[in-house]
Design a protein around this ligand. Structure first.
Ligand SMILES: C[S@@+](CC[C@H](N)C(=O)[O-])C[C@H]1O[C@@H](n2cnc3c(N)ncnc32)[C@H](O)[C@@H]1O
Length: 246
């Protein structure tokens, strides 16, 4: 894997290095990705996605799920809101193949379509969607304000951007425990089940390196979003940030 995760701190990676690494990781851990998510979050990831889908605008009819991966959020949204059409976009084909298979098994093919594309250059016209979501994909993107602006571009005025992401609370008992968990448990369990040590070292580092909730709020403001709300979930280890497109 390039660059060497043990030698180069994440914040020194170039955008090219990050993209190449992210693509490589998600194309290799695909078969075990869902299982590991549920194990490593003790099933909380399902609650977090349910919560996100409840925060969609009531009158929404078209939603974009960016970095859709194996489609768990897209499928949750389609099940909870039968009137909605969801488009999932991701740049790793192996992840989206799993998403398509799960969508077929759930009988939701008419409700969800999957498109290959990069979050920084979404392959859609302006103002096409009522909302855009991104779950656990945002921390993999280097230009975060750019990504928020790009999501806003494809959303109609008055629509919503929702970012669900693992965020470490500032110095609290739960953050100390969670940091210990990230260093000692997540990489080991990830390595044993996925067989890929580097991938789960990267995931652990990328969570630790990610923005604090108030920093992400500031990015929302800089991207021009309004009426920003933050919902800490499960002792704040994950947060949902949402903002309205002017
Ligand atoms: C941790 S997975 C999250 C998948 C899914 N949203 C979920 O809730 O389980 C991250 C996904 O983000 C995708 N991703 C990362 N950067 C991306 C980018 N710039 N454009 C499109 N997809 C991206 C990866 O390919 C991967 O499938």
């Amino acid at each position: 894997m390039e660059p060497d995760l043990n030698k180069k701190p994440l914040n020194e990676w170039s955008e090219r290095e990050r993209i190449r690494t992210v693509k490589k990781i998600f194309s290799t851990i695909t078969p075990r990705y869902d299982l590991l998510n549920h194990i490593l979050s003790a099933g909380q990831d399902i609650r977090w996605r349910n919560f996100t889908s409840r925060r969609l605008p009531e009158k929404a009819t078209r939603v974009l799920d960016v970095a859709t991966g194996t489609g768990d959020l897209a499928i949750t949204i389609a099940k909870k809101h039968p009137r909605l059409h969801v488009t999932g976009v991701d740049f790793v084909k192996e992840m989206m193949e799993v998403a398509e298979e799960k969508t077929r098994r759930a009988g939701l093919m008419s409700k969800i379509d999957y498109v290959s594309g990069d979050a920084m250059r979404l392959p859609f016209d302006n103002n096409m969607f009522d909302a855009a979501t991104i779950a656990f994909g945002f921390r993999n993107i280097s230009n975060r304000i750019g990504a928020l602006r790009e999501m806003s571009r494809v959303i109609k005025s008055g629509g919503k951007v929702l970012v669900l992401e693992m965020t470490l609370p500032r110095e609290t008992v739960s953050s100390r425990f969670f940091k210990w968990y990230l260093k000692n448990v997540l990489p080991r369990v990830g390595r044993v089940i996925s067989g890929n040590k580097d991938a789960y070292d990267y995931l652990s580092n990328s969570i630790e390196d990610f923005l604090k909730p108030d920093e992400l709020t500031e990015y929302f403001k800089q991207a021009g979003l309004h009426e920003i709300k933050v919902f800490p979930l499960t002792l704040g280890i994950t947060c949902l940030h949402e903002g309205i497109v002017p």
